[in-house]
Write a protein that binds this ligand. Structure first.
Ligand code: FAD
Ligand code: SF4
Ligand code: SF4
Length: 481
């Protein structure tokens, strides 16, 4: 083992430099900088090269983390990038937005021994950002072109990962997306302060240059049918994500100024991309000068509160019905939001939206909660204490999560089976749906999840689609003989 490794007792854990809260509230740029080459080497060298690397078990992609940390510590960055990109289609994106505290870094052995986890995500980002800068990432040239084709519905991380894997094997791949740009929630959900948009665009351009066709502004079920796609392609992947927002159930929810989170975030991301958004210009989807209340405790809620800060809100309050420890969002993001001036009302459940005579939102009435007995999921259920309080508001954002859309109805395919929440049912060995030759990946199978899981599904589905197409090709050859 290189002497460079096992430095965790001498080198302290450090993240790349974070911009001050004041400075970052002024724009939508990412808040963390890049490691210097020396800092990246030093941080990578903290890894103890565990014989049983728990970090790898914590990564949904089973990334070969100890190997690329060792190569990075030895300044062998091109090799580090090759190892890292062998299991991940967008390491620089995962390095930025995976909730590492719940995945790879959350179970790093040296953290368990009290030394602070290896900063795996930041090193991963550094390696692939370097690969882009050095020109090591070049358009894919498959060893041979195949005539069979795949139609992929959805240009989010699940669809893009599958498209890339299939293209690498030489298939003709077309990605269809309802939006005008690729990336799915990477482009229109997650704000620039976590993931700058040119990082996503760079990936899309790379896939285009690799021979993958994109058909934007094409909603399957409206502009084209699933049956058309099955006719045109040898195999089809459904990677449409989940977009039916869960609604708030309390009196007054129809008041003016009560908004769904994704409308709000998409408008902000579009403005950041230079698009004109009328509802933003008219002030409907712009928090400037307003008292904003965001309801929810997940990643979406965290992105809304921090977007409102950047838009110049007068005050931003987040209401969540459980406590800080039991919130689903990343603790790192809560800390960032607090630094930026967001006020958290933990154990607070909305009871009513109070509006003015003109129907405009004026305040949110909330019940103070306490944690009671654990529910079926093992989490303690919040119960009312009997105390209520009001938070003044000019804008209320509902960030309560998402359900799948009714795909059998949208696709006019009643034989596409879904579970009771509406997620597409698949054979977990192959990710094939109830429709032969049609596969599914990402949030539409799992329910609202994470980018890294969508990538994992996209890769697994691509492998199964490849096997099925090879089998069909072999069968056709035998039949022709
Ligand atoms: P999506 O990314 O949703 O992409 C689906 C694509 O399918 C979209 O482009 C959509 O336009 C297209 N589509 C849908 N229906 C059709 C149709 N009928 N025809 C054609 N195209 C269609 N995860 C993290 O790991 N880290 C984070 O920090 C994080 N932050 C998040 C913040 C927000 C605000 C949200 C909403 C989610 C966040 N997530 C985060 C979750 C993550 O974005 C998703 O788990 C991931 O994007 C799912 O990928 P996907 O490919 O399944 O779907
Ligand atoms: Fe960690 Fe995500 Fe990278 Fe896996 S993909 S090593 S979970 S940051
Ligand atoms: Fe290195 Fe931590 Fe992984 Fe062990 S668990 S190999 S110390 S990153």
């Amino acid at each position: 083992m290189a002497e460079r490794m096992l430095q965790f007792t001498k080198v302290s854990r450090a993240m790349p430099k974070k911009r001050s809260a004041k400075e970052r509230a002024e724009d939508f740029r990412e808040i963390y900088g890049e490691f210097s080459p020396d800092a990246a080497k030093a941080q990578a060298s903290r890894c103890s090269q565990c014989g049983v690397p728990f970090c790898q078990q914590g990564c949904p992609l089973q990334n070969n983390i100890p190997d690329w940390l060792k190569l990075a510590a030895e300044d062998r960055l091109e090799e580090a990038w090759r190892v890292s990109s062998a299991t991940n289609n967008m390491p620089e994106i995962c390095g930025r937005i995976c909730p590492q505290d719940r995945l790879c870094e959350g179970i790093c052995t040296i953290e368990q021994s009290g030394h602070g986890t290896v900063t795996i995500g930041s090193v991963e980002k550094y390696i692939t950002d370097t690969a882009w800068a050095e020109g090591w990432i070049q358009p894919i040239k498959p060893p041979r072109e195949r005539t069979q084709s795949a139609g992929i519905i959805g240009a989010g991380p699940g669809g893009l990962a599958a498209a890339e894997q299939l293209r690498r094997k030489g298939y003709q791949v077309t990605v269809y997306d309802a939006y005008d740009r690729g990336g799915g929630l990477l482009m229109y959900g997650i704000p620039g302060f976590k993931l700058e948009k040119d990082v996503v665009e760079r990936r899309i351009h790379h896939l285009e240059a690799s021979g993958i066709s994109f058909r934007f502004n094409t909603r399957i079920g409206a502009d084209m049918s699933l049956a058309d796609l099955r006719e045109q392609h040898d195999t089809v992947l459904i990677a449409t994500g989940v977009y039916a927002a869960k609604d708030l159930k309390c009196p007054g929810v129809g008041a003016e100024g009560v908004l769904p989170a994704l409308d709000y975030l998409t408008a902000s991301n579009r403005v950041d991309l230079g698009d004109t958004v009328e509802a933003y210009d008219a002030g409907v989807l712009n928090a400037e000068g307003k008292r904003v209340v965001v309801i929810g405790g997940g990643d979406t809620a965290m992105d809304c509160v921090r977007t409102a800060i950047r838009q110049g809100a007068k005050s931003v309050t987040c209401l969540y019905r459980r406590d800080r420890v039991n919130m689903p969002g990343s603790q790192r993001e809560v800390q960032n939001a607090e630094e930026e001036g967001v006020v958290f009302e933990w154990l607070a459940n909305p009871e009513a939206i109070i509006d003015s005579k003109g129907g405009k939102v004026k305040a949110v009435r909330a019940s103070r909660m306490k944690l009671g007995e654990p529910d079926a999921s093992g989490r303690q259920s919040p119960v009312k204490t009997g105390e209520t309080f009001d938070v003044k508001a000019d804008m209320v954002i509902k960030a309560l999560g998402f359900d799948p859309e009714d795909l059998p109805a949208l696709f006019n395919e009643t034989s596409l089976t879904v579970n009771r929440w509406g997620a597409v049912r698949v054979d977990y060995a192959t990710l094939e749906t109830s429709l032969p030759g049609v596969y599914a990946a990402g949030d539409i199978v799992r329910g609202a999840s994470l980018v890294v899981w969508a990538i994992k599904d996209g890769r697994d589905a691509a492998e199964a689609m490849h096997k099925a197409m090879r089998a069909a090709e072999a069968a056709a050859k035998v039949a022709a003989e």
